[in-house]
Structures are given as structure tokens and as C-alpha cells.
Write a protein that binds this ligand. Structure first.
Ligand SMILES: NC(=O)c1ccc[n+]([C@@H]2O[C@H](COP(=O)([O-])OP(=O)(O)OC[C@H]3O[C@@H](n4cnc5c(N)ncnc54)[C@H](OP(=O)(O)O)[C@@H]3O)[C@@H](O)[C@H]2O)c1
Length: 361
């Protein structure tokens, strides 16, 4: 199959954010560097690869794990020093040798933190079927975090109308959607977040029945008893640590805990212990980890369902966007720090205060 190219065989400058050194503790600006390489806007003759121009890249918590050098292989490979960081992003096809992807197509998938990426396996990318929404939504509500919320809540959490649901990191990309899906299912839902502004947003924009600022609670167990006097049926776990410990004591018998992530542990050199795991036995809980990658085969079904909710105004979405790769690693660094340091606050859209997706191209 002959390759098509939007800009002939031209070589263009390709700004990229590379990892300079492996990270311990919180990532810092010095761990990364912006370098300018070149990219060819054509694919090698006879190959089925494609070249995408990256329009948005996402900064997701799991990237932190890839910045550490692991002695034992992790569930995703460590980043390669000197290479561009890699994560989900939205792009436009500039050249393609693949029969199913043509120049001009809008796609999302695993790409580089750089302006142009050569994608050897285009079939790992999804087509964007609803360009009427902001394209950045494909790094959030219509992309990986949205699918995570949908799959984790429905497939792992197995909710029923009337269930009591608790969500941690509730204003994050995943949490804000879990809460709204729980409300659509007829559940009572409470979220925790790290600022009063976010708590307000949970109640006024995302429809949470109740929300609290976990940083202001002296006693998390007492806070949960206040909001769940009869106990919790489903805990959507995003943070781990002391929150998980308090939740275990407040679960109802036969409760479910979809374990999505444990962000409170990602920057610690010594993970915290959880001391009351016997509650899993005593209360006959089902605690189950899941990976969004295993639900990619249901992506287009999810995309249609979520696009429908967005159009009907049943689901709303708030993003947090950092712009521009031209100011050194500053915007990349800020994008990385906001979620990890629990400061995610939108700054681009007036009136928006809790944030989720982060990109910088
Ligand atoms: N299993 C999967 O396939 C999968 C896929 C996607 C994401 N995840 C996981 O899902 C979770 C949420 O991801 P996301 O994309 O929604 O994240 P996000 O949008 O980046 O939001 C992360 C939020 O976590 C909170 N946080 C940070 N440090 C914390 C700490 N020490 N203790 C408590 N909260 C803390 C912060 O909010 P506050 O200000 O409210 O603290 C922060 O804004 C993460 O654990 C992530 O790893 C898993």
C-alpha cells in the first residue's frame, strides 16, 4: 500500500519532552528536558505505520510509576531515558501506510509527548467519531479515564439502584464520572476531595449527594460514619492508604471495592500499610483490581453511550489544561505536579475550579 503524506517528504522540527533521569519522590522540572529533534512527515516505504501530529497529550497518574527504574518489571515498562515521555493523546494523521487510517483522520491512542509521533501500529489507535465535542475530551471523558470510570463502576462494582457509593479523588478525571454514573444508576453517592472548592464542585456540578474535604477531617472513620450511617455498598478506590483503611471499617457485608488506583502511594519510597484487611473476610467483601486496557475492546460501545449522555446533558465534564510546550519543561512540570500534589485546579476556563485532564502541546 503506497504511503500518503500531507506534506510530502518534508522534515520538520519536532519538539519533545524527554525524561533525563529516573525519579524518586515527587517529579521535578529538572527530571525532564525539552529538546528539538526532527520528524519526517512520511512513513517508510511499504510500512503500515502512520505519522500523527499530536494536538493534546494527557498527563495521567500512572506515568509516575514509569518514571521510576524498577528492579522487577512493572505492569507497564519504565520510560527510556533520553526518549520522549509516552501517554495517551489526540492526534491528526499526517501520513499513513495503513489501509484503515488516512491523512486527516482524527485519532487517539498511545503517543509521545512531542509534536509528531511515528506510530508503528496504527490499529492500536481509536478513531474519533464525535469531533463535535472538544477534542481534548478524548484524553478524558471520551478517552481512557472515561472508559476507566465506566468499566470499573459497572463491570467491577456491579451497582444496583439504591446502593450507597463512596468515591475518593472524586473530582479527578475518573472520580467525577464515577459519581455521575452512580447518580444515573439511582445510587446515593458521596465523594472526598482535597479542597473546599472541589467539594463544592462535587455537590453543585457533578451531582454528588454529599462531599467532604478529607484534609480537614481529623478522623476519616468518623467522617464516613457521618455520611454512611448504614455503611458503604461500593467503594471506588482511587487513593489507597489511610482512606482505604477507614473505608474497610465502614463497608457493608458483601460490599464491592473496584480498585482503580492508589495515588496516595505513588510518590512514597515506603508504601503505607493497611492494618485491617481482615474486614475483607469479616464482611465478605469483594475487592478487585482492574486495568482499563482490558476493556479497550468495548471502547466504541462506551464512546456512543458517553457521547449520548453528554449530548443529553446527563454527564458534565471539567478539564484542567496546561498550554504550550514552548516555555521549557515548565508546563509539563506543572501538569505533572498538579495531580500528584493534589492541586488540580482549572485555570483556563473562568468559573472552573476542579481539574482533570492535562496537556501541554
Ligand atoms: N486501573 C486503571 O486502569 C486506571 C486507569 C486510569 C486511572 N487509574 C487510577 O485512578 C486514579 C484516579 O486517576 P485520575 O486520572 O482521575 O487522576 P487525576 O485526574 O490526575 O486526579 C488525581 C487526584 O488525586 C488526588 N490525590 C493526589 N494525591 C493524593 C493523596 N496523597 N491522597 C489522596 N488523594 C490524592 C488529587 O485530588 P485531591 O485534591 O482531591 O486530593 C488529584 O487531583 C489514580 O489512582 C489512577 O492511578 C487507574
Amino acid at each position: 500500500m503506497a504511503s500518503a503524506s500531507a506534506a510530502g517528504e518534508a522534515e520538520v522540527p519536532n519538539k519533545r519532552v524527554i525524561l533525563k533521569r529516573y525519579v524518586t519522590g515527587f517529579p521535578s522540572e529538572d527530571d525532564m528536558e525539552v529538546v528539538t529533534a526532527t520528524a519526517r512527515l512520511a512513513v517508510p516505504p511499504g510500512s503500515a505505520a502512520m505519522v500523527v501530529k499530536n494536538l493534546y497529550v494527557s498527563c495521567d497518574p500512572y506515568m509516575r510509576g514509569r518514571m521510576t527504574k524498577h528492579e522487577r518489571p512493572s505492569y507497564v515498562p519504565d520510560f527510556v531515558l533520553g526518549e520522549a515521555l509516552v501517554n495517551f493523546g489526540v492526534g491528526k494523521v499526517m501520513a499513513s501506510g495503513h489501509p484503515d487510517y488516512k491523512v486527516g483522520d482524527l485519532v487517539w491512542g498511545m503517543t509521545g509527548w512531542e509534536e509528531y509521533t511515528l506510530v508503528p501500529k496504527p490499529e492500536t489507535f481509536f478513531k474519533i467519531n464525535h469531533p463535535e465535542f472538544p477534542l481534548s475530551y478524548y484524553t478524558g471523558v471520551l478517552g481512557m479515564p472515561g472508559l476507566t470510570a465506566w468499566a470499573g463502576f459497572f463491570d467491577v462494582g456491579k451497582p444496583k439502584k439504591g446502593d450507597t457509593v463512596f468515591v475518593s479523588a472524586a473530582s479527578g478525571a475518573v472520580g467525577q464520572l464515577v459519581g455521575q454514573l452512580a447518580k444515573l444508576t439511582g445510587c446515593y453517592v458521596v465523594g472526598s476531595a482535597g479542597s473546599d472548592e472541589k467539594v463544592n464542585l462535587l455537590k453543585t456540578k457533578f451531582g454528588y449527594d454529599e462531599a467532604f474535604n478529607y484534609k480537614k477531617e481529623q478522623d476519616l472513620d468518623a467522617a464516613l460514619r457521618r455520611y454512611f450511617p448504614e455503611g458503604i455498598d461500593i467503594y471506588f478506590e482511587n487513593v489507597g492508604g489511610p482512606t482505604l483503611e477507614a473505608v474497610l471499617d465502614n463497608m457493608r457485608n458483601h460490599g464491592r471495592i473496584p480498585v482503580c488506583g492508589m495515588i496516595s502511594q505513588y510518590n512514597l519510597e515506603e508504601p503505607e500499610g493497611v492494618h485491617n484487611l481482615f474486614q475483607v473476610v469479616a464482611k465478605r467483601l469483594r475487592m478487585e483490581g482492574f486495568m482499563v486496557l482490558e476493556y479497550f475492546n468495548q471502547y466504541y460501545k462506551f464512546e456512543e453511550e458517553m457521547a449520548g449522555y453528554l449530548k443529553e446533558g446527563k454527564i458534565t465534564y471539567v478539564e484542567d489544561i496546561a498550554e504550550g510546550s514552548g516555555e521549557g519543561t515548565g508546563s509539563a512540570d506543572r501538569a505533572l505536579h498538579r495531580p500528584q500534589r493534589r492541586q488540580a485546579t482549572g485555570r483556563r476556563r473562568p468559573g472552573v475550579s476542579a481539574g482533570t485532564r492535562r496537556h501541554f502541546l
